[in-house]
Design a protein around this ligand. Structure first.
Ligand code: ATR
Length: 273
């Protein structure tokens, strides 16, 4: 019998990743024979690690923190979302060339629409943060026709750079966190900062939320993330963490690699939400 097709996630650190569990469940669903491993690579080893993996017959890689921008630079071909986000989370081989895709944005939008029944059209949407995580979701959010997309960041300059870069797709209003304190509540508030990963919750003003607000943390944790705790304490109508996005982006990667989309619902059930 031939060796099973080989996949892996490459990151640093990566030991905490749920991707092997998720892709293992997808494979069992479909009866696919494959292996999915963890590769811990320091930034300076990233390129050799990826090239070595594909040279040895590997079929596909997921890329996580801190390598998404390096993967973008390494890819010889790019999907549209990856080109827009300038970040890659999925690598595959296409005609002997390394192709980079970004499934984070699609994963996020699918989670919002399918699992939370939230539409972005006509809504006032606020993104907190202007790093790689924010970049992945800006284009699909603009494409979904919000009434307004506001983006606030600790470092205003970074938010302004992002605004300029995405100008061709639509208007983003940018500000610092301090300038948020006189705004009416937003319909959807998304945390794309990495502050919570360090256990920190920036002092966002409470006027951003009402009982109608939906707060989504792109990060996830088995307990409430600091952002989710803040949102609840400040009266948000509904809160969510990025578990659904994690499973949906994985399903989109699986579709790129294997040509069929797994059923995400049972996989999401088995993960904490
Ligand atoms: P990622 O790929 O996870 O987005 P990143 O590119 O390093 O990582 O971006 C991290 C984001 O979290 C940035 O928006 C960062 O703000 P700055 O641009 O001002 O650095 C934000 N961030 C990180 N720690 C923060 C904190 N303690 N308070 C507020 N924002 C924070």
């Amino acid at each position: 019998m031939p060796e099973p097709d080989r996949y892996a996630v490459v990151g640093h650190p990566v030991h905490h990743s749920r991707s092997p569990l998720i892709h293992g469940m997808f494979a069992r669903q479909a009866g696919d024979r494959l292996s999915y491993g963890l590769i811990d690579a320091e930034p300076e080893e990233f390129e050799n690690t990826v090239r070595g993996f594909f040279a040895a017959g590997g079929k596909g890689l997921n890329v996580t923190v801190p390598h998404k921008q390096a993967a973008y630079r390494l890819a010889q071909r790019l999907g549209r979302e990856a080109a827009l986000a300038q970040a890659v989370n999925t690598l595959s081989l296409e005609h002997e060339m390394i192709r980079g895709d970004n499934t984070d944005g699609i994963g996020f939008m699918r989670d919002l629409a399918l699992n939370f029944r939230r539409s972005v059209a006509g809504q006032r949407v606020l993104i907190l943060g202007a790093g790689g995580a924010a970049r992945g979701i800006v284009a699909p959010l603009l494409g979904a026709g919000p009434a307004q997309l506001w983006l606030a960041n600790r470092t205003l300059e970074r938010a302004e750079d992002l605004r300029r870069e995405f100008l061709g797709l639509g208007e983003i209003v940018v500000s610092s966190f301090q300038d948020l304190d006189r705004l009416p509540p937003f319909d959807i508030v998304i945390n794309a900062t990495s502050a919570g990963l360090k256990g920190v919750q920036p002092a966002f003003p409470g006027n951003l939320l009402s009982a109608e607000s939906f707060c989504y943390d792109l990060a996830y944790s088995v307990n409430d993330t600091p952002f989710v705790a803040w949102a609840r304490a400040n009266g948000a109508g509904e809160t969510a963490q990025g578990w659904g996005m994690l499973v949906e982006q994985a399903a989109e990667s699986y579709l790129i690699w294997r040509g069929h989309r797994p059923d995400t619902a049972p996989v999401l059930e088995t993960l904490a939400r």
